[in-house]
Design a protein around this ligand. Structure first.
Ligand code: ADP
Ligand code: ZN
Ligand code: ZN
Length: 790
């Protein structure tokens, strides 16, 4: 009955079946024994000893055959003869990089096994060079990555490449060069007073903090000779930094409250076992303090710590707090680093020189030795899921890694994901609560603002405008959330009704007025703004919908005497730009902040007294199954930004559906109630976390080719899995964005109430799809545990 609800929902989107007879498995070669064997091999627990295997293999067959993981889409390993072992080049170890011939070119891959991976009777080539004498990655990380390749049914070679910085993928030794920095040595504090004034001056500078040579050139010309003199006395030293945060001075933090202290104790209490924790605490309840204390304990034991955050650019405060409070060398890892910086940081982590890595999604693969604790902040955040290529979820792999290592992992959030809350209900993860705001500020009062039948001024209701004015007049700062950038969502012709669409995507173009352009937010196409309709040449065009740019203009007109800051991807793109913008708020003077969900993330905005949410209804109507969860999280997160200091905050949500149960639950400020609603809905529709899903996404220039391919893929699934009745398959159906950058997109949805049967059914199927033909230049990809269906 319930299953029918989901089936009915999904079937609505199914494409009409095109002549099923011709669309059977003809595109696909039958899964050969060869492929089946490969995938079975891949499924075996990885052998981390390697060497024993290697010896046996070498003894029986000579020469040694190695199975190499190469960065190709194929989920199989490639067999080669190992180069003849010499003293300079010993037999390759499991996990070492090797250079091999591959077709007309050479590739670098990882030794992932020994002996033949297939019975194929083809002549093997010999690997050209063994690059590493030891495995490149720590054994536990190798283990986790092998698990990831099996779990996501993804090429092990590509998975390994994701974990290794670009600079090391081509097989080179490190090209990474650090930045030289100069600092006082540990002895400097006890040194007798120096006689030379230059030496005294330099030592004072270096004691205060470390400096780079360009800084010293300015501060103290001719400093280099002076530095050498200090160095001879062992008072100063040079070291190398790149993406380094220098070791901090371990500033003391606030005294922990009882709940925080209990959380820190619980996290540190268990050693040598996998200990997952969900730290559930409202924004401002002091979760970061718990992270800092838990990390300090682990560092004091001599172990290393991995900290994951959704977006570093938006949370410079978090970075600073870790740097100031933990006096160990730390390294940051995120996508804004150059290849060199990243490779350098990676090596600092691998060598153990850096004791803490703080990074975004891909930092889950940081090669820290002796890892003792993983912290993952804002666990519910969608940015932990990689949306293309190797579509892993950093939280899930972090859990797997902690399990492999038998260590504690702390997942923090004010609005935990339904997945983790379900795990908590089933006692698979221990919940730690922080119920009160740490700095004794009250939670904001929240209300919906009914805008039915009201005329809006550029999206703003009269009562909203009054509320903003009142907030500013009483000295507060106001935050206006509008989760859509640009000026207007579309440009419509009044005469003929034509809406300017992206020629390459199935979406209207967004008007960016200041830039004088129409832009596609899906493929980044940019067109100059024309003043006439492209269909009927009428010059009567109207801009429909309200984006942040339009709200900003309206606010400037309504509140000319107050400063307005806009924060969205159009105004804040560069490193540090967000921080610079928000710095101006720190003086606490009245102003208006308007922007997208970027504002809801991470930042303390202590003087915000009013939060106004525009366009919340968009989230209530969105089709994706996670849309309402995301909306509730966004609203609660942004509400958490308000009134964090002494000022009590107010949150107003403009809506046409003031009675909507989800909005009612949100304004109650009680996430538990929101969760109850969402859980009931997901259970009734049997959607994650009450079922496991996988998507086969495909795209092609020609729609017919795409549909035929997916029909055939579906037929093949049934053919390969005649007994997998517990796995339901829906589609083909158009993707949420049915056309993007000139390619049509459609998908098959696979659902199962259990994980194992789903994965078993996918395994032979995906291997056959990789081996099969893809007529019409169809591309496909598999998404396990998709974040969204679309
Ligand atoms: P969260 O990470 O949950 O948002 P934070 O750790 O950033 O919370 O804490 C919010 C604010 O409260 C910070 O300014 C922090 O310094 C302060 N704070 C945290 N714990 C305490 C405490 N025990 N006593 C006083 N202030 C605290
Ligand atoms: Zn027209
Ligand atoms: Zn486009």
């Amino acid at each position: 009955m319930l299953r029918r609800t989901l089936a009915a929902t999904l079937r609505r989107y199914e494409l009409p079946s095109i002549n099923r007879k011709s669309a059977t498995a003809e595109f696909f070669v039958q899964p050969s024994r060869h492929l089946m064997n490969t995938s079975v091999k891949m499924n075996r627990a990885p052998d981390l000893t390697g060497s024993a295997d290697a010896r046996t293999a070498a003894a029986v067959h000579s020469p040694l055959i190695i199975q190499v993981a190469l960065a190709t889409p194929l989920t199989k390993l490639f067999d080669y003869y190992a180069p003849t072992a010499t003293p300079e080049q010993p037999a390759p170890k499991l996990g070492a990089r090797v250079r091999v011939p591959f077709g007309p070119r050479q590739m670098v891959g990882f030794v992932a096994g020994f002996g033949r991976s297939s019975n194929a009777d083809i002549a093997l080539k010999t690997a050209l060079k063994v690059i590493d004498s030891k495995p490149l990655l720590p054994a536990e990380l190798w283990d986790t990555l092998n698990f990831a390749a099996r779990y996501y049914h993804h090429s092990l070679g590509e998975v390994l490449n994701t974990a290794v910085p670009t600079a090391l993928r081509d097989g080179s030794e490190s090209k990474a060069r650090g930045v030289p920095m100069f600092r006082a040595s540990a002895h400097a504090a006890n040194a007798a007073v120096l006689r030379g004034p230059a030496q005294r001056a330099l030592l004072a500078l270096l004691t205060e903090r470390e400096h780079s040579d360009s800084e010293l050139n300015i501060a103290l010309p001719g400093w280099r000779a002076v530095f050498l003199a200090l160095k001879r006395k062992d008072l100063a030293e040079q070291w190398t930094a790149a993406s380094f945060i220098p070791p901090g001075v371990a500033l003391a933090g606030p005294q922990l409250n009882a709940e925080q202290a209990e959380a820190v104790r619980a996290i540190g209490a268990q050693t040598g076992v996998f200990a997952p924790f969900l730290l559930n605490g409202v924004t401002g309840s002091g979760k970061t303090e718990v992270y800092l204390h838990a990390a300090a304990k682990v560092l004091a034991r001599g172990q290393t710590v991995l900290v994951l955050v959704p977006e570093i650019g938006l949370t410079p405060q978090t970075l600073r707090r870790f740097a100031q409070r933990l006096a160990v060398p730390q390294v940051v890892a995120h996508s804004q680093l150059s290849d060199t910086e990243r490779a350098y940081g990676w090596q600092q982590a691998r060598s153990g020189a850096a004791r803490l890595v703080l990074g975004t999604r891909s930092a889950v693969f940081a090669p820290l030795p002796n890892l003792g604790l993983i912290i993952l902040d804002e666990e519910h955040d969608g940015s932990y899921k990689q949306l293309d290529g190797f579509r892993y979820h950093a939280r899930d792999l972090a859990l797997k890694r902690a399990q492999t290592l038998k260590i504690a992992i702390v997942l923090g959030s004010a609005t935990p994901s339904l997945e983790m809350l379900k795990a908590a209900n089933e006692n698979r993860i221990t919940t730690l609560h922080l119920r009160a705001r740490a700095a004794a500020s009250a939670l904001p009062s929240q209300a919906v603002l009914d805008i039915r039948g009201q005329s809006l001024d550029e999206g703003l209701a009269t009562r909203s405008i009054l509320a903003i004015r009142e907030c500013l007049m009483s000295g507060g700062q106001a935050l206006i959330l509008r989760n859509r950038r640009g000026f207007a969502a579309q440009l419509e012709c009044v005469s003929c009704g034509h809406v300017e669409h992206c020629p390459r995507c199935d979406r209207a173009l967004t008007l960016h007025r200041a830039a004088g352009a129409l832009r596609c937010h899906y493929c980044d196409l940019r067109q100059p703004l024309r003043m006439d309709c492209s269909q009927c040449a009428s010059t009567e065009l109207t801009a429909l919908g309200v984006g942040t740019e339009r709200v900003e203009i309206a606010l400037a007109r309504l509140f000319p005497e107050w400063p307005i800051l806009r924060v969205d991807r159009d105004t804040v793109s560069t490193k540090g730009a967000m921080e610079a913008k928000l710095k101006t708020l720190e003086n606490g003077k009245p102003c208006i902040l308007v922007g997208t969900q970027m504002l809801a993330k991470g930042h303390d905005l202590p003087d915000i007294a009013l939060v106004l949410v525009l366009g919340a209804d968009d989230g209530l109507h969105a089709q994706d199954f996670r849309a309402s969860e995301r909306l509730a999280q966004l609203l609660l997160q942004v509400a958490g930004r308000a009134g964090r200091a002494s000022r009590p905050g107010t949150v107003l949500i403009q809506t046409h559906q003031p009675e909507h149960p989800l909005l009612q639950a949100v304004i109650g400020g009680d996430y538990a109630q929101v969760v109850q609603l969402l859980m009931a809905e997901r259970r009734a529709t049997e959607l994650p976390p009450f079922a496991y899903a996988a998507l086969l996404r495909a795209d092609a220039i020609k729609k017919d080719a795409l549909d035929a391919y997916l029909q055939a893929a579906r037929a093949l699934f049934h053919q390969l899995n005649p007994d997998a009745s517990s796995v339901q398959i829906f589609g083909p159906m158009p993707a949420g964005l049915a056309k993007r950058a000139g390619r049509h997109r459609a998908q098959l949805v696979l659902m199962c109430s259990q994980r194992a049967p789903l994965h078993q059914a996918i395994e032979p199927w995906i291997a056959a799809l990789h081996a099969g033909k893809k007529p019409g230049n169809v591309h496909f990809s598999l998404d396990i545990d998709p974040y969204e269906f679309g």
